[in-house]
Ligand binder design. Structure first.
Ligand code: I3S
Length: 131
């Protein structure tokens, strides 16, 4: 299998659409605002891309916005778990806390989808611990 020949940093672990809200930055609470994002897990980094719908009008700008990261999350030393009910009224919400004190809520209605993300992010966090 090809992935064993590639350095881990070059392998794409997972990508897809998720709903996310950043709730803390550098240990400081910030106002929760849910948006959906094209999300990529790769080489110990979770990247949430800007929602092209939130870009100003113009197809070129929107096309460019599709590839502009909104948040880049370093998973080394991070923690992930299911969020408690007081964190959100939505179902299937994960809470991701970074070593630097940023916090994100990550959500998707389909349980199998969010469950796969949970598994992959956990594996990536664990892998980063060994490197
Ligand atoms: O934890 P909160 O404050 O109840 O979160 C809700 C708010 O972020 C709300 O935005 P406004 O403060 O602009 O009304 C969102 O629309 C809600 O989705 C948030 O609650 P949920 O339970 O959906 O995470």
């Amino acid at each position: 299998r090809v992935e064993f020949l590639l350095p881990h940093s070059l392998s794409l672990d997972k990508a897809g659409i998720l709903n996310k809200a950043k709730v803390a930055d550098n240990g400081k609470r910030i106002r929760k605002s849910w948006t959906s994002s094209w999300t990529v897990l790769q080489g110990g980094i979770l990247t949430f891309y800007k929602d092209p719908k939130n870009q100003s009008a113009g197809s070129l700008k929107q096309a460019a916005g599709q590839f502009t990261p909104e948040y880049t999350v370093e998973l080394k030393g991070a923690n992930i778990g299911w969020a408690t009910k007081d964190k959100s009224s939505k179902k299937n919400v994960l809470e991701l806390k970074t070593r630097r004190g940023s916090e994100y809520l990550i959500q998707y209605d389909t349980e199998s989808v969010i469950g796969d993300w949970y598994k992959m992010i956990t594996e990536s966090i664990n892998f980063q611990l060994d490197t």
